[in-house]
Design a protein around this ligand. Structure first.
Ligand SMILES: C[S@@+](CC[C@H](N)C(=O)[O-])C[C@H]1O[C@@H](n2cnc3c(N)ncnc32)[C@H](O)[C@@H]1O
Length: 310
């Protein structure tokens, strides 16, 4: 390690999660210790060059989220399905191909350069496992909407073996992966085609169920009401949404100002937290947690809000 290179320890991660190190359960501490979290800061001219790269990207005609993108997701998850089979059902084959190992990332509003290519996958695994450990302990079952390859349901299966898991996605290869996870990895998981633009009214949640979304709300843009109404009506015990939330950025902070422009240009999620705040003011829901902090060079795709219907 060079002088500027360091790793995140348990105390660093606790600070980033806004809790005391003693709040972190043993599994999370162990996960932190075995993760590849070595990195160095990106400063000065290197930071300028990175910001210039983001600005140049913003000047390009970027693909916009929306209903027309279904074939792209089907193709992507189809590749992961093939790779999962070819690997002999190795969880590592569930990492999406769009994850670019070794790329700079942003954390707590600053850019850093990971040293290990495993940094991004490991850091996100810590965040997701933390959400499950902190908020899903008492849930009867866990439902992820927009689950993709289900890579982020694996930590739930490991923390709570045998607890019923449900993965929903509009892309069919997602259900193919889920069937294989149940058959070859012994996970108690079921999959179903589900379009968050048009929630299926026949989908029910058991009393005490927990709901998680990770990176899927982003794709809804401003068309969020049908899915939000669907969730409220089902009264889950807890909901955790992990995404880039425009309300949580500081428009006066350069990396945040660029993230706001990036999300707007790509037609990503807008208004989710504002709607939740309005529901909180009416006494319909209550927030349990709100946190931002981790993402790629363009935006913080792994901020989170945790809430429940009152
Ligand atoms: C960025 S990926 C995240 C996948 C997964 N949650 C994860 O963390 O690896 C977004 C996911 O949302 C799904 N998605 C996008 N729009 C959707 C919709 N209208 N209904 C259901 N799923 C959707 C995509 O197919 C994709 O699997």
């Amino acid at each position: 390690m060079t002088a500027a290179t360091r790793s995140y320890e348990v105390a660093d991660i606790a600070r980033q999660l806004g809790v005391s190190p003693t709040d972190l359960p043993a599994q999370i501490c162990e996960l932190i210790r075995t993760s590849h979290l070595e990195h160095r800061p990106i400063e000065g001219r290197e930071r300028d060059a990175l910001i210039l790269r983001v600005i140049r990207e913003l000047e390009k005609p970027l693909e916009v989220a929306g209903e027309h993108r279904l074939p792209r997701w089907e193709m992507g998850w189809g590749e992961n399905l093939d790779a999962f089979i070819a690997s002999g059902y190795d969880f590592a084959a569930l990492v999406p191909k769009f994850v670019r190992p070794g790329e700079p990332v942003r954390i707590q509003g600053e850019y850093i350069q990971p040293i290990s290519t495993g940094f991004d996958v490991d850091y996100i695994r810590i965040l997701v496992t933390w959400l499950y450990a902190r908020y899903f302990d008492q849930t009867s079952e866990i439902h992820e909407f927009g689950c993709g390859t289900s890579q982020n349901l694996i930590p739930a299966a490991q923390l709570y073996p045998g607890r019923p898991l449900f993965g929903y996605d509009w892309a069919k290869p997602s259900q193919g992966i889920i069937d294989l996870l149940a058959e070859h990895r012994g996970i108690n998981i079921k999959g179903q085609v589900f379009d968050m633009f048009r929630p299926d009214p026949s989908v029910k949640l058991a009393p005490g169920a927990g709901v998680i979304t990770i990176g899927s709300l982003e794709q809804l843009g401003t068309k969020i009401d049908p899915f939000l109404d669907f969730l409220i009506e089902r009264r889950p015990a807890v909901v955790a949404n992990m995404d880039s939330f425009n309300e949580l950025y500081d428009p006066e902070h350069l990396p945040d100002a660029l993230a706001l422009r990036y999300d707007r240009k790509r037609g990503y999620l807008e208004g989710w937290v504002s709607k939740l705040r309005a529901l909180e003011a009416k006494g319909v829901i209550e927030f349990l947690d709100q946190r931002r902090g981790y993402g790629n060079i363009f935006h913080e795709g792994h901020g989170y809000v945790v809430w429940r219907v009152v």
